[in-house]
Design a protein around this ligand. Sequence first.
Ligand code: GAP
Length: 441
Amino acid sequence: MSETNLKDMAELVSLCKRRGFIFQSSEVYGGLQSCWDYGPLGVELKNNLKQTWWKSMTLRDDVVGVDASIFMHPTVWKASGHVDGFNDPMIDCKSCKERYREDKIDPTQPCPKCGAKDSFTEARDFNLMFKTHFGPVEDSSAIVYMRPETAQGIFVNFLNVQTTMRKKLPFGICQIGKAFRNEITPGNFIFRTREFEQMEMQYFCKPGTQKDFMEKWKEIRYQWHIENGLRPEKLRWHPHGPDELAHYADAAMDIEYEFPHGWGEMEGIHSRTDFDLKQHQEFSGKKLEYVDQEDGNKKYIPYVVETSVGCDRSLLAILCDAYRLENEGDKENERTVLRLHPKLAPIKVAVLPLVKKEKLDVPARQLFEDLQKDYKAEYDTAGSIGKRYRRQDEIGTPFCITFDFDSLEDNAVTIRNRDSMVQERVAIDKVKDYLKDKLKF
Ligand code: GAP
C-alpha cells in the first residue's frame, strides 16, 4: 500500500466543499473573499476541537472560563495599544492595483502578480481593526471596534473573576470567541481570514515567576496538538527574536505547523508582563492590583503568560495532517481517507445495510437509532457498499457497521476500521461495548 500526504491546499478545499465541511461564504453571490462557512460536518469537527481545548483548560482547578462580549468600550483598544499600534504597512501596485503587506514581499522586485517594475506606492500604515458605530448616529463619538483578539475581554474582567471565584495566584482565565482583523492579504483557505475564532488563556502569576509558567504552558500546549493527532515532524517551535517581539511581551514562542503552503504560526505562547493590566489601570483609573495574602498583603499587578491558538488554523492543520491519498492511480484500491483522531471525527459511526431491502433496512435502522443516542452517527443506504465506505473514509468516520443477510441469522454485524480496513464480526448486543471501548478518550 502506498500513501501520500496532502500536496496542494486546493485538494483539501475541494474535499471540504464536496463533503460538507466548509463552503465559501455567500457562494450564490460569487462568494466573499476570505470568509468561509462551516457546513454540517465542519461544525461538528469544530465543536469537537473546541470541546477538547475547553476541557484541557478547565478540567483543572487553576483555570476558569469566561465568554466576554465582542464589542468593548472603545478605550479598551486605546489602552491595549491597538488603536495606535495595530497596523500593517501596506503597498499597492500602481499597475494592477494588487495590495501587499510590505513585510511579505521585496518592493525592489517586480510585482508578483503583473510583473510591472518600479510600480509600488510608498508604504502606508493600515489599522487592522474593523470599525462600526453604536446607535443611529455615525459620528466619531459612536465608534466601536470589532475585537481583534479575545484577550482584552479577559484582562478587563481580571478582578471580577478573581474576587467572585476567590482565586489565588497563579490562576488562568480562558475563553473561546470570534475575533476580527481587516487583514491586507488574507488567504490560504481558512489560514488567514478576516473573521476567525481564537481560543485564548491568560495565566496570571506573581512577577518573577513568569519564565517558569511560560515553560510549563509551552509543554502543555505542545502536548495538546500532539494529542489531537498532529505528527511531531510537522510541528516546530519558533522563538520571537527582539525585533519580532510584540510591544507587550518579554518572551514569545510560536508553535508552527508545516502547511502545504509552508510553515505557519498556529499558536502563540506569550509572556505579556504586566503591560495590559497596567494600561487598563491607567486608562480606567481603577486599581487592578492583586492583594497577596500569602506575602504580607503585598499589592501588585500580576504578570501574564498567554496561550493563544486560532481555532480555524488549528482545524486546518488537523485536516491537512489527517489527509491521505492511498494507492494513487490504482483504480480499484485508490482511496482518500481523513485519519482524524476519533475524538475529533464529526461522525463516529456509520450504519450501512448491505443492500437497500426492507428486510435489512428495518433492523439496521433500529441499530442506528440505538447508537445515535450515544454517538453522532449516520445511516446510509444510497449506492454500492464500496462507494459508501469511500464516503465515510473521506469524512474520517472511524467505524462503519455493515448489516448483511447473515445478520438476520446470526444477530451479528461487520465492523470495519477506517484506517486498517480490517473487518470484525461483532454480536449486535455487543456493538455498544465495542464502540465504548474503541471510542474512549
Ligand atoms: N492575544 C494574542 C494574539 O491575538 P496573535 O498571534 O495575533 O496573538 C493568535 O493571534 C492566534 O490567532 C494565531 O496564532 C493564529 O492561530 C490566530 N490568528 C491570528 N490572526 C488570524 C487570522 N487573520 N485568521 C485566522 N487565524 C488567525
